[in-house]
Design a protein around this ligand. Structure first.
Ligand code: PLP
Length: 387
């Protein structure tokens, strides 16, 4: 692991040793169910409640009771959207989102569309942003929900969610925010954003995989999504993933202390990487907003080559990166995000995403800056698309 240069932190992050240490007792001696009343059960419940406080603290929720534990960011997104649609069905059957959301949101919208909901998918500008005015215009008397991500997982663009939250509050519309890329990385303040619901996921900020949370503002309703036991105030059944939840809490606590400094450190590394790539490789372009972007996100397209092949060549140098194109059922579909910001299919295939993190060093940026240009050069020589 030590030799690997891991630059795919938007996909997942490493587990901080301190987080693992906090989780260990609940994987071993203290294995009791948090729903029981004997002592190892009560200890587990105390640990769950402490984690709830830490998560509430990270996102500045008024009350820890507004935090519900889930199995992942995708579940939080599904629950918020389907749950609000069911709860407010009497109001209408119209919902709004954007063209650059994560599939956990977009596919949920598609699911609802097939079941008779009318959906509006707002186009973005060339940086991947929607404006509060666009949202205001799209809202109708029968609009039940607006779902807009805080920052994009592919191109890093930060959305004006506080302004959109204001619009939704004025019009009395349920506002869901997918903050999976921002929680633990930049300021996420549910009071500032004025949202009804907000999704986060532990493994995106150095917590364990398989645990997330949904913030649900007091007074806002999401119908039950998982039926069964009475856990999570009878809204989300299932024996608590105590160790995972404790890990989420610990990761939230660490992130709250570290992100302000980390944001500054990573932004500088990001900018050096962007400048270096732009200066040393011709015919490339930065995707996403140059200024209003995640501190750890670098995303380029390179003319005439496939992103997938860049990933394979980087891997041979021990560098883990990602491409915008996702390989779905054997066919290479270009990223919906890159298409939404106006790229042609052919261009969208040539993208490279480097997402920095806690372990990223100055030396690693140097290594990438020296390894990448010859790879691009070589791939272009081999490419029939590039002349
Ligand atoms: C990773 C991610 C998700 C899904 O989270 P999981 O915990 O992996 O289910 C949702 N939205 C965004 C923006 C993401 O980056």
């Amino acid at each position: 692991m030590s030799d690997i240069i891991y630059m795919d932190n938007a996909a997942t992050t490493s587990l901080i040793p301190e987080v693992l240490e906090a989780m260990m007792p609940y994987l071993t001696d203290c294995f009791g169910s948090a729903s029981t009343i004997y002592s190892i059960g009560r200890q587990a419940m105390d640990a769950v409640d402490e984690a709830r406080e830490k998560v509430a603290d990270l996102i500045n929720a008024r009350d820890p009771e507004e935090v519900y534990f889930t199995s992942c960011g995708s579940e939080s997104d599904n629950w918020a959207i389907k749950g609000a649609c069911e709860a407010y069905l009497k109001k209408g059957k119209h919902i709004i989102t954007t063209a650059v959301e994560h599939h956990a949101v977009l596919d949920t919208f598609d699911y609802l569309k097939k079941r008779g909901w009318e959906i509006t998918v707002l186009p973005t500008d060339n940086f991947g942003r929607v404006s509060p005015a666009q949202v205001a215009e799209a809202i109708r008397p029968d609009t039940v929900l607006v779902s807009v991500m805080h920052a994009n997982n592919e191109i890093g663009t930060i959305m004006p969610v506080s302004e959109i939250g204001k619009v939704c509050a004025e019009k009395g519309v349920f506002f869901h925010v997918d903050a999976v890329q921002t929680a633990g990385h930049i300021k996420v303040d549910v009071r500032d954003i004025n949202c009804s619901a907000l999704s986060i996921s532990a493994h995106k900020f150095h917590g364990p995989k398989g645990v997330g949370a949904l913030y649900l503002k007091k007074g806002c309703i999401c119908r039950k999504f998982l039926h069964g036991g009475a856990q999570e105030k009878n809204l989300r059944a299932g024996t608590h993933n105590v160790a995972g939840i404790v890990g989420l809490g610990k990761a939230a606590e660490i992130a709250k202390n570290e992100y302000p400094a980390e944001e500054i450190r990573l932004s500088a590394l990001r900018d050096r990487l962007i400048k270096g790539i732009s200066a040393s490789i011709k015919e490339c372009r930065l995707n996403g907003d140059p200024a209003l972007r995640l501190p750890n996100n670098v995303n380029f397209i390179f003319k005439g080559i496939e992103g997938e092949s860049i990933i394979l060549f980087l891997d041979m140098k021990g560098i883990c990166a990602s491409s915008g194109s996702a390989c779905t059922s054997g066919s290479l579909d270009p990223s919906h995000v890159l298409l939404a910001i106006g790229l042609e299919h052919e261009q969208a295939h040539g993208s490279l995403r480097l997402t920095l993190g806690r372990e990223t060093t100055d030396e690693q940026i140097d290594t990438v800056l020296s390894e990448l240009p010859p790879i691009i050069e070589r791939l272009r020589q081999m490419s029939p698309l590039y002349n």
